[in-house]
Design a protein around this ligand. Structure first.
Ligand code: GDP
Length: 423
């Protein structure tokens, strides 16, 4: 059975926790898109970790963790992360797709230089090289993992890449050129490092599907950051949708039977772009301080996240685009301090109300239509079943469920693995 765990919103919904939790019954966990710009926070018996590139199944000894072909594969980030996990006394199994594309150091530099060049029109990139990486992938000037083992070919390809990149570096950005031979040597070292993990992972997964193994496909970011369906251009450069997961790992799309969309009980977003239900000032600061497990600050960058009320319009859209078969709502415990909790149920624009998600400029101009529900004013961490929640908390979940039109099958009431209420 293949299950996808994906974000219904802007990302940072708590996918890492839910994937780690669901991994208890999985044989294989696969990352299918994005790169080391992820920040999946996981708190379990080994400690607190922010996984950037490794799949969230690494805490389970018998699971095979796969980096799929759709991932922006940053080998230096992988090395760092593996060291960190191994130093915590954790051993795990890893397989890397021979068709995964390699994120090269110049992608990170270019991401940084481009944000500098854009000045106040910047995107708020995590500067992990993701946009330049995917541009190169689709311009067919990227390097796939298997090419690392074809030395002569690799050198030729790199010379071709840097003859163009260095013109940009020198003349557009006014920066130092990249030493092609230094990159080549580094990649040959990397090749030896990853050699034991490289496999035809699409074949491995197709076989596992036939054998009825439990496979989790782990998404990064959320629908609203999808290149096509997100808030363009304030999006990431790969598809964050469950539909893409089949492509990003190489299995038939109809094998994905369960799609769990994760949504937070309130909204949070990083980077630039419109955010209709955003709140500001002291009200925002309070929620930011109380959010997540250590406040709403980026797991990758430490940047304060923008926060707002739950946006039912955006989340319904997010769930529909994901094709969610069920929803998990995280961080319900965070809202326990509020007398009343607002939910954005529609957008108002030019005197009209909209319940459909809008395109970027319209979102900038839209105002939230808010409904206020009574808060439960208590700490719900430690509660073990949904029925034991205060009535107001249950009513909040039920209201959201009606709004988004998908069953909320799980409610997370704390950041730790065991803090989950099934419905
Ligand atoms: P991901 O990238 O989707 O995995 O999400 P992040 O790890 O970036 O952000 C989610 C944050 O919420 C992390 O700090 C988690 O530890 C935290 N978190 C997840 N579920 C819960 C929950 O139910 N309650 C609280 N308080 N925090 C949670």
């Amino acid at each position: 059975m293949v299950k996808a765990i994906v974000g219904a919103n802007w990302g940072d919904e708590g996918k890492g926790k839910i994937t780690d939790m669901c991994a208890d019954s999985a044989d294989i966990v696969v990352r299918f898109q994005g790169g080391a710009n992820a920040g999946h926070t996981i708190i379990n018996e080994y400690g607190r970790f922010a996984l950037h590139l490794l799949p969230s199944g690494v805490f389970h000894k018998n699971i095979i963790n796969v980096i799929g072909n759709g991932v922006a594969f940053d080998i230096s980030a992988l090395k760092r992360e593996m060291t960190e996990i191994n130093e915590a006394g954790i051993e795990f199994k890893l397989a890397v797709s021979d068709r995964a594309q390699i994120l090269l150091h110049h992608h990170i530099l270019m991401d940084t230089y481009e944000e500098e060049r854009l000045g106040d029109k910047k995107f708020g990139s995590t500067k992990s090289g993701i946009a330049p990486f995917y541009s190169d992938k689709y311009a067919k000037v990227g390097i796939q993992v298997w090419e690392l083992f074809e030395k002569e070919r690799l050198l030729e390809r790199l010379k071709g890449i840097y003859s163009k990149v260095n013109i940009l570096f020198k003349y557009l950005y006014g920066k130092e050129e990249v030493d092609c031979m230094a990159v080549y040597k580094e990649l040959l070292d990397y090749a030896e490092f990853i050699r034991p993990y490289v496999a035809d992972t699409s074949k491995l997964l197709r076989q596992a599907v036939k054998e009825g193994k439990n496979i989790l496909l782990e998404g990064q970011l959320g629908t609203l950051k999808d290149t096509d369906h997100g808030i363009y251009p304030y999006v990431t450069s790969s598809s964050t949708l469950a539909g893409y997961a089949a492509v990003g790992v190489g299995i038939p799309p109809y094998e994905i039977k369960d799609i769990i969309a994760i949504t937070k009980a309130y909204s949070s977003a990083v980077g630039e772009g419109p955010f209709v239900s955003e709140i500001f000032g002291d009200e925002a600061e309070e929620l930011r301080k109380r959010g997540g497990d250590k406040g709403e600050y980026g797991a990758k960058t430490g940047r304060p996240r923008r926060v707002g009320w739950f946006d039912a319009v955006a989340t319904r859209y997010g769930c529909e685009l994901q094709g969610a078969t069920e929803v998990c709502m995280t961080c319900l415990d965070v809202l326990g301090y509020l007398d009343e909790i607002k939910i954005c149920t529609a957008y108002e624009l030019d005197g009209k109300e909209y319940t459909d998600f809008l395109t970027t400029d319209a979102l900038y101009r839209a105002k939230p239509v808010l409904t206020a529900l009574k808060g439960w004013k208590s700490d719900i961490r430690g509660i073990k079943s949904f029925d034991e929640l205060p009535e107001e908390a249950k009513a909040y979940v039920e209201f959201v469920e009606k709004q988004i039109g998908v069953k909320i099958s799980m409610v997370s009431n704390g950041p730790e693995r065991h803090e989950i209420l099934y419905r």
